[in-house]
Ligand binder design. Structure first.
Ligand SMILES: Cc1ncc(C[n+]2csc(CCOP(=O)(O)OP(=O)(O)O)c2C)c(N)n1
Ligand code: SF4
Length: 350
């Protein structure tokens, strides 16, 4: 069930560069458990889209099934939306993206929705470097079906009932980097200062922007022995560095010491500034990004921030040279170019 917000808005609140107010990016009132990390991620999505001044009608939000996949009801109420079958969000996003590359695609999913039933779908979205932002609200359990361990639950972590997870966990960020996603990041739902610029950078990136957000399930998995709890993440996380995202419209005025800042220019000329530790790994190097994740894992530390960016990322459209125009705008003349063109194609294959 979705509850609607009252239409009232404070008259003095400033609009963004496109003339929209924050209210234009909100959705219905949340019905998730009070304190659920997923609600904080929804607020970060609203802030990111408002600050980037994205026209709401240009965004398509997609999801699967789960508490996390219910959340598109709580943000971007004026955008297009599609709530798909469990684990199938990437296929729907792929089809929509192929039919119309003009929309901005934002997929949200859970760790069950992506790493269990939807794994076969996720890996292909990553390897095709589909042009979309893909957010996983990762609580290490199936919240909607009462807290069973998911495939991202760390080995040895404990559920609220005291059960120990005996199986290895899947690191979705490492997998996304290996498979070809152009932008990969990890954050924590309780860290809005990091999460909002990460989502903004993801939305500005050309190709698959995968953002794994640790998002505690307060009802079934928020005990101190769960590695996806508020307590654990606050005690055991380390950021790749402080991070700024500068959209291409803004003049870059910051002046940083060269040896501690890594600058990455994205496809649309937006810039990521990573204030990293001196001699820290290069986030544009796939191999170093994976090693960095593994090194931190060995020390029992969750690495957050931008983990990998490919500034020369080529998305599915670039690779397959798909139609530049939305398919529904193609005419019969575009689709049926005539006998001469057919003859030329046939000759080319003889
Ligand atoms: C085909 C199918 N199998 C199983 C289910 C039952 N089911 C609903 S949500 C869910 C898991 C959700 O977990 P996750 O994606 O991590 O989201 P969360 O609720 O934790 O946010 C399952 C197994 C279903 N709806 N459809
Ligand atoms: S069951 Fe867990 S994941 Fe679902 S709404 Fe409640 S706290 Fe959030």
């Amino acid at each position: 069930m979705t509850f609607f917000r009252p239409a009232f808005r404070h008259p003095d609140l400033p609009p963004n560069a496109a003339g929209f107010h924050r209210r234009d990016y909100e959705g219905g009132l949340s019905t998730l458990c009070a304190g659920c990390g997923h609600d904080s991620i929804c607020n970060a999505i609203i802030d990111a889209c408002f600050e980037l001044a994205l026209p709401p009608h240009r965004i398509a939000k997609l999801s699967g099934i789960g508490c996390s996949s219910k959340t598109p009801a709580y943000f971007l109420g004026r955008s297009h939306g599609f709530n798909s079958v469990h684990g199938r969000m990437p296929s729907i996003a792929t089809g929509a993206n192929m039919a119309n590359r003009d929309l901005i695609y934002l997929g949200v999913s859970g760790d069950g929705d992506t790493a269990s039933i939807g794994m076969g779908q996720f890996v292909h979205a990553a390897r095709r470097n589909l042009n979309m932002t893909y957010i996983v609200m990762n609580n290490g359990c199936y919240g909607l079906t009462k807290g069973q361990f998911s495939a991202t639950a760390d080995k040895g972590s404990k559920s609220k009932q005291g059960n120990v997870n005996l199986l290895e966990s899947i690191d979705l960020c490492e997998l996304a980097i290996q498979l070809g996603a152009g932008f990969v990041a990890r954050s924590f739902s309780g860290d809005k200062a990091q999460l909002v610029p990460l989502i903004k950078a993801g939305l500005s990136h050309h190709g698959l922007s995968f953002i794994d957000v640790i998002s505690p399930c307060v009802t079934f998995n928020n005990n101190p022995e769960s590695t996806k709890s508020y307590h654990w993440v606050r005690e055991h996380s380390e950021a790749t560095g402080t991070f700024d995202f500068v959209p291409f419209r803004q003049t870059i005025t910051a002046d940083y010491a060269d040896d501690t800042v890594q600058e990455v220019v994205l496809h649309d000329s937006s810039v990521i500034h990573l204030h990293k530790h001196p001699n820290g790994p290069d986030i544009t190097d796939r191999r170093q990004a994976i090693d960095n994740l593994e090194d931190h894992k060995e020390q029992g530390v969750i690495l957050t921030g931008v983990l990998y960016v490919n500034p020369d990322s080529q998305d599915t459209h670039d690779i397959l040279q798909t139609s530049v125009r939305p398919l529904n705008s193609l005419t019969e003349a575009d689709l049926c170019p005539g006998a001469q063109a057919l003859e030329a194609v046939n000759t080319a294959h003889r």
